[in-house]
Design a protein around this ligand. Structure first.
Ligand code: GTP
Length: 509
């Protein structure tokens, strides 16, 4: 090196004359005691301190807050640790998101070498709200001042993206979020931009969207369901401060060892994450990485991420809203279908009820007229059912109704046929597509089948269950009601003729 190191007195003289606030430590002459903390004149004035030779104990009381205008925090928060104390303890500090006494600040740390050893210094100066002036010795082209042209083109880009996101529907939003990340990545010249969303209980986070520059490794697949407890330092910062900025991952302090290892594994050198909020709840963050390159994120970068983050959070929120609306809609439809189904079914037998039968009859009548096919209505009634109930009890009566329903159902199962419980012990059957004579034969063969089954009914003349039936052909002139009345009348006639038969009778039988 060859350069002569200054002694502390020379250094103090220089620092005291500076127009920016400086806090610094001078190594104690006695190696055992702790370094002495000093503040220059500007620092004393800016923070209202008095010079008692060691101002360390006054630092604790300086109340910094995180700039809520810069990061959309729902409430006022203070940084987890005083940036001055952190910097003077040797941590790397570079913050542009803090406020003291209403004054937005840039806080930066550095180490100073002097004859007595190495000390630390923290410089603080007011932050210009519109233009960020890069401070410090790291001249980095990427963090040079934002030109007016940059700002205008970024504004234009943002407004285009937000219009797209606002109007996005369903999957379109996904595509626009992806485009927003790509645009942001290109604009901020970062290597990777991404969105992470937290689980509702903040126990884990998942990388939901990612953009990577050509040649940069994607991490989206292995960053699903990352448990928060694995990255406690990161989680605490993003949750409390709404922002996580690392200019150089190798300078992460020891408490962030897990994070440092993880970022190194992912080959990340610098990163910036800005929290996203929906309805005052933190839902995740939008961020970007620099791979293998140190990067000094500017206030403008943070603002850009905050803006895009807000847009994405809105889009995600409306997507979630849309999805939950869609889900409830589906549930409502399903519940309605189930209710409708219930309203159209007979509770005891599970057959169609009289209402469904009437609706289907109307439909089949118009269809049969359009397509010119025959249609027959048959009405069945269990003979001496009252006596069956009286003899065997109502529960057995119910059982018989169910059994008859099953037998009818398995007999009339051709295409278009419909069996319903009309009322009490009466069942109606719709028989389309076969001529009247054929339909009558199908009814008669059912009565025959029932006789063959010989279901016991001790109180009936023949000792087993029988049914009577009346049928009606639905001709051009008949309405649904006419057809039903005619079938009911014919059923009455079958009863009067001695039961266990169909009316009109089958000729030549
Ligand atoms: N177990 C049971 N009985 C019912 C139900 N609905 C109606 N009933 C009974 O069914 C019987 C119907 O009798 P009707 O069809 O009028 O006369 P019936 O005794 O069968 O004599 P006919 O029809 O003249 O052969 C009545 O006693 C009703 O109480 C039901 O859901 N369960």
């Amino acid at each position: 090196m060859g350069r002569q190191l200054p002694n502390s007195a020379e250094l103090i003289a220089v620092l005291d004359a500076l127009p920016l606030a400086v806090f610094y430590t001078i190594p104690a002459s006695n190696a055992q005691s702790s370094p002495v903390v000093h503040a220059n004149q500007t620092a004393l004035e800016m923070f209202g301190l008095f010079d008692d030779g060691d101002i360390a104990n006054q630092l604790e009381h300086l109340a910094f807050t995180v700039d809520r205008e810069l990061i959309s925090l729902p409430r006022e928060v203070s940084p987890l640790m005083s940036p001055i104390i952190a910097g003077l303890s040797g941590d790397h500090v570079e913050r542009r998101d803090l406020i003291f006494n209403g004054l937005p600040l840039n806080v930066q740390s550095a180490s100073v070498h002097m004859k007595e050893g190495t000390g630390f210094l923290v410089t603080i100066q007011p932050r210009d709200h519109r233009l960020f002036r890069h401070q410090g010795q790291h001249a980095d082209l990427l963090t040079s001042e934002i030109s007016l042209r940059d700002l205008i083109s970024f504004d234009k880009l943002i407004s285009e993206l937000s219009t797209k996101l606002i109007n996005a529907q369903g999957d379109e939003a996904e595509q626009h979020i992806q485009q927003a990340l790509a645009a942001l990545g290109e604009f901020c010249q970062s290597d990777r931009t991404y969105v992470f969303l937290f689980e509702y209980d903040m126990s884990a986070m998942s990388n939901t969207h990612e953009w990577v520059r050509e040649g940069i490794t994607s991490h989206v697949d292995d960053l699903q369901n990352v448990p928060s407890e694995g990255l406690p330092w990161f989680f605490e910062r993003i949750q409390e401060e709404g922002l996580f900025v690392i200019h150089d991952t190798s300078k992460i302090p020891e408490e962030g060892a897990a994070e440092r290892a993880e970022f190194e594994r992912e080959d990340i050198r610098s990163m910036l994450c800005v929290a996203m909020y929906a309805a005052n709840e933190m839902i995740g963050f939008v961020g970007c990485d620099m791979v293998a390159r140190e990067r000094h994120w500017s206030e403008a970068d943070i603002r850009r991420f905050k803006l895009v983050g807000e847009m994405i959070a809105n889009a995600i929120q409306s997507q979630r809203f849309y999805q939950s609306l869609h889900t409830s809609q589906q549930q409502l439809i399903a519940a309605n279908d189930a209710l409708r189904e219930l309203a159209l079914r007979d509770g005891l037998t599970g057959l169609a009820n009289r209402r469904q039968f009437s609706e289907r009859l109307e439909e089949e009548i118009s269809r049969s007229r359009r397509q010119d096919f025959a249609l027959t209505v048959a009405m069945f009634d269990i003979d001496h059912f009252r006596k069956y109930n009286d003899h065997y009890g109502l529960q057995a009566g119910d059982g018989l109704l169910r059994r008859i329903a099953d037998i009818l159902q398995s007999h009339f199962r051709r295409h278009g046929e419909l069996v319903s419980r009309y009322d009490g012990a009466r069942f109606s059957v719709l028989i389309p597509h076969v001529e009247y004579t054929m339909a009558k034969k199908r009814v008669a063969s059912f009565l025959q089948l029932l006789n063959e089954l010989a279901i016991e009914h001790k109180d009936s003349p023949q000792g087993f269950v029988s049914m009577s039936a009346g049928i009606a052909e639905v001709t051009d002139k008949l309405t649904a009601d006419d057809a039903i009345s005619e079938a009911e009348n014919n059923l009455g006639q079958a009863k009067r003729d001695g039961r266990n038969q169909v009316f009109p009778r089958i000729e030549n039988k």
